[in-house]
Design a protein around this ligand. Structure first.
Ligand SMILES: *[C@@H]1O[C@H](CO)[C@@H](O)[C@H](O)[C@H]1NC(C)=O
Ligand SMILES: *[C@@H]1O[C@H](CO)[C@@H](O)[C@H](O)[C@H]1NC(C)=O
Ligand SMILES: *[C@@H]1O[C@H](CO)[C@@H](O)[C@H](O)[C@H]1NC(C)=O
Length: 335
């Protein structure tokens, strides 16, 4: 692959990604804050749809968990017509991407992605609104993730009658992929009454380190995660005085914890050949394997970061069916 090669994706996809990129630049102030007021005008939000009949067989609603730090989630439930045969549905706890700084469960791409997950598997989907940088640094995001799990464990009823909390999957893309790794490690130290994590669906997770990888250099002009963006997000995320070899970022590096003894869920890892983060993601894959964890890699050579924002891409439907197989396998293993 030469440095001039371009992914074979449509003009539509390419320009949507460029628009998202521009939003990043115009809302970031020179004093390292984000202009949230301006962002609210351009990050188009969508309201939940409590009426499932009209909206593609999925109903959604927003549930507050802790108003002190605005921890809430958007709940997606498949309508009875699509799930009559299934009395106990798996629960997917989803963490959106956006460099820890942007987007939310009500942002258009994530509302529709979670709706698609909910309908396709089918599954109950819990899409988490966690605190964002630069207002809230590490480890607020991981703490919110763990608080979310504890809340669900204590309040099973909010998920509806068809949810089976003993079949939970953590899913997340980009920064959300980073989050679920650290939430899974923290959750392994908890004693839940009912909740059980049986799988991790890691979509193009956001990892990094001080070193520059070949893919970061080769794809330095990629629209969504060029190095200037990822570096800025790490700088705002990491505690003062630490660099990108911090264990939250350089996850398999010198400061990483030994996870070989951690009860870590089986993992499905999605990567794309035109994602600058792909080399970091593959190191994560190797590290999980070396630590004795079960992990399956799906690689789409021609895909960019966040390609699944586009449900019409054939790779998006292929990915959905891979996730379905993965989930089935974990649920069969349980019994
Ligand atoms: C950053 O700049 C904005 C706009 O100039 C200002 O309103 C805000 O208070 C500044 N924040 C900090 C932390 O300096
Ligand atoms: C809600 O969050 C605050 C901190 O922001 C915490 O002190 C409190 O214990 C949380 N409430 C519950 C019910 O967990
Ligand atoms: C982590 O940091 C070390 C030291 O800087 C580096 O050698 C390594 O390549 C980094 N990345 C990973 C994934 O280990």
């Amino acid at each position: 692959m030469s440095s001039t090669s371009k992914p074979n994706i449509s003009w539509m996809v390419r320009s949507s990604m460029s628009i998202l990129s521009i939003i990043f630049y115009i809302t970031r102030r020179s004093n390292d804050t984000i202009n949230r007021r301006l962002l609210r005008l351009i990050d188009w939000k969508i309201s939940p749809n409590p009426n499932s009949k009209s909206i593609n067989g999925v109903s959604s609603s927003d549930v507050m968990v802790n108003s002190t730090h605005n921890l809430w989630f958007r709940l997606f439930i498949p309508s009875s017509t699509t799930s009559t045969a299934i009395s106990s549905l798996p629960v997917i706890i989803f963490f959106h991407g956006g460099g820890f700084a942007y987007l939310s469960p009500s942002s258009i791409p994530y509302h529709f992605l979670c709706q698609l997950f909910c309908r396709s598997f089918p599954a109950i989907v819990v899409s988490v609104n966690y605190r964002l940088i630069p207002e809230h640094r590490f480890p607020s995001q991981y703490e919110d993730g763990l608080e979310m799990l504890k809340f669900l464990d204590r309040n099973i009823d909010v998920l509806g009658k068809s949810a089976d909390i003993t079949k939970c999957f953590l899913a997340g893309d980009s920064a959300g992929g980073n989050l679920i790794h650290h939430v899974a490690v923290r959750a392994s130290l908890e004693k839940f009454q009912m909740l059980k994590l049986i799988g991790l669906i890691s979509m193009q997770p956001y990892f990094g380190g001080e070193e520059r990888t070949k893919s970061e250099i080769r794809l330095k002009r990629a629209p969504l995660c060029s190095m200037d963006k990822t570096d800025w997000c790490w700088k705002m995320f990491l505690p003062d005085g630490s660099n990108r070899d911090h264990e939250s970022c350089n996850v398999s590096g010198p400061n990483a914890m030994d996870i070989s003894k951690v009860d870590y869920p089986n993992t499905l890892l999605l990567v794309g050949g035109f994602d600058p983060l792909v080399d970091w993601q593959k190191r994560y894959y190797e590290w999980l394997r070396k630590s004795g964890k079960e992990v399956e890699l799906i690689e789409y050579a021609n895909m960019i970061h966040c390609f699944y924002y586009f449900p019409d891409l054939p790779e998006t439907s292929q990915f959905i069916s891979k996730v379905k197989d993965f989930m089935m396998k974990q649920m069969v293993n349980m019994n």
